[in-house]
Write a protein that binds this ligand. Structure first.
Ligand SMILES: Cc1ncc(COP(=O)(O)O)c(C=O)c1O
Length: 377
């Protein structure tokens, strides 16, 4: 909340202003010593409002450096295009976000990358997966939508020994609940569109890590994935309440997972570490809170999710996650809609699956809304 204060540059303003400008006046010849109160040239490269969010995110993830992008996909693309070379093996752990799966499928064959898709079962044994040719391991934890946790410290150790980089998408956990760099990961990527912004009103992305690696990652300047100053301002504003929002989402997630587990219409509840001692032990080691994402399998066949969603009165039926208002979606029709029926089934994304992103509402109100909607299925 208190990071990136620069009132001396901003007429004493407590809230960093929006520098909504594409270009900058410079009295002398432009100097490469741009940014941080020096000379700015062009907002595709540097902008003071972007710098404020980069500084806040760097601090939250405890990294040395941060670059911000127009979206989470922009951040992931920047990492992939900058660090992977033709002939490299890229290890992609199962349950990556669908957009990242699409990017790897699209880019891999065109640029000579060998993408190795690793199942949830194989992911338990990183030493059997990472090899000499592995350049980057991409993983998310907890995963979408089944909320499995991968052992980040173990993956980082094995990858490090093989000279490979581990890139963790920390969108679901947020740095309030989990800081992958402290567990040995090389880079953290975010869809800041989600919890970091927190109000479903912006699209943004970020990469955080050590300076030597960040220096090798293309800035938004080259790929053109520019975070607009207004979106950067909204993101900085959202970050001020991140800890409070995520704290409440953690409480709501834990409460709702327990409350819905015994509902007769619920076949199964997925929540990080829930009902699985091995997963619970990993989550305990690497997460300080379990988050606000809860996934349900609803009984009653393929039509059950739709009947459930239609009865919700408080929870919005919408894609995306991490906002102050609770959202419900059917992953097979939203985040994973590009996958074939066979690919969905192989990932455990069964027809009755509904993903909940719990916001900051009163827990009793959420229990009532979700229970009443389930009763009506
Ligand atoms: C885990 C995860 N990573 C990355 C992305 C992509 O982020 P964006 O939509 O900001 O491009 C998403 C979006 O849903 C996501 O859920």
């Amino acid at each position: 909340m208190h990071g990136a204060r620069r009132p001396e540059l901003n007429a004493g303003a407590v809230v960093p202003p929006i520098y909504q400008t594409s270009t900058y006046h410079f009295p002398e010849a432009f100097s490469e010593a741009a940014g941080h109160g020096g000379t700015y040239l062009y907002t595709r490269g540097q902008n003071p409002t972007q710098e404020v969010v980069a500084e806040l995110l760097r601090g939250l993830e405890q990294g040395e450096s941060c670059k911000v992008y127009a979206s989470g996909m922009g951040a992931l693309a920047a990492v992939l295009f900058s660090l992977a070379e033709s002939g490299d093996e890229i290890v992609a752990l199962d349950h990556l976000y669908g957009g990242m799966v699409d990017l790897l499928r699209w880019v891999g064959p065109r640029y000579g990358l060998n993408v190795r898709w690793v199942t949830a079962e194989e992911a338990k044994h990183p030493e059997a997966v990472v090899g000499e040719k592995t350049r980057i391991v991409f993983l998310e934890s907890p995963t979408n939508p089944l909320l499995w946790v991968h052992d980040l410290a173990h993956w980082s150790k094995v990858a490090d020994a093989a000279g490979a980089l581990v890139v963790v998408d920390n969108t679901f956990a947020t740095p309030i609940n989990q800081r992958p760099l402290e567990l040995g990961a090389d880079l953290v990527v975010h869809s800041a569109t989600k919890y970091l912004g927190g109000h479903a009103d912006l699209i943004a992305g970020a990469v955080v890590g050590p300076r030597n690696l960040l220096d090798r990652i293309d800035p938004m300047e080259t790929l053109g994935s520019v975070l607009d100053p207004f979106a950067a301002f909204l993101l900085a504003r959202g970050l001020r309440t991140l800890a409070l929002r995520v704290g409440r989402a953690n409480e709501n997630g834990t409460r709702l997972a327990a409350a819905l587990e015994n509902h007769p219409k619920v076949e199964r509840v997925y929540y990080p570490g829930f009902g699985d001692p091995v997963q619970d032990e990993i989550a305990r080691r690497q997460m300080s809170g379990r988050g606000g994402m809860v996934t349900l399998v609803i009984r009653g066949g393929a039509g059950a999710p739709l009947r459930f969603l239609r009865k919700l009165r408080l929870v919005h039926v919408a894609a995306s996650l991490g906002s102050v208002e609770s959202l419900a979606s059917v992953p097979g029709q939203t985040s994973h809609r590009h996958l074939s029926a066979a690919a969905l089934a192989a990932r455990g994304i069964v027809p009755g699956l509904v993903r909940l992103s719990l916001g900051i509402e009163e827990p009793d109100d959420l229990v009532r809304d979700l229970t009443e909607a389930l009763d009506a299925v």
